[in-house]
Design a protein around this ligand. Sequence first.
Ligand code: FES
Length: 111
Amino acid sequence: MKSMRITHHPVLGKLEEKREVKFTFDGKPFSAYEGETIAAALLAHGVRTLRIHEEKKSPRGIYCNIGHCFECRVRVDGKSVVRSCITPVTDGMSVESGMLNVSASMKGVKP
Ligand code: FES
């Protein structure tokens, strides 16, 4: 799969000039650029489902992308209800969907 990452941005500059960091999502290894949000880094790898709705069991991901709706919430290093769209990835971070169904939706995603 071709990367979906924006590599040239008129305001943020060139991403490839930034340091690469490693993190995991539901135990699978991923990379990100320093300063990139969790949601953006996962989307760059083709991961669109960040959790499963508690009652409807439907996939949830980025919605507002500005920290208002909480649709993108994940667990980070054991802390629940972290909004992935406004939380930067840090090296060694452990991100969890909290739902096993999300791992199943990542079939075919190459970290
Ligand atoms: S997508 Fe709305 S809070 Fe993250």
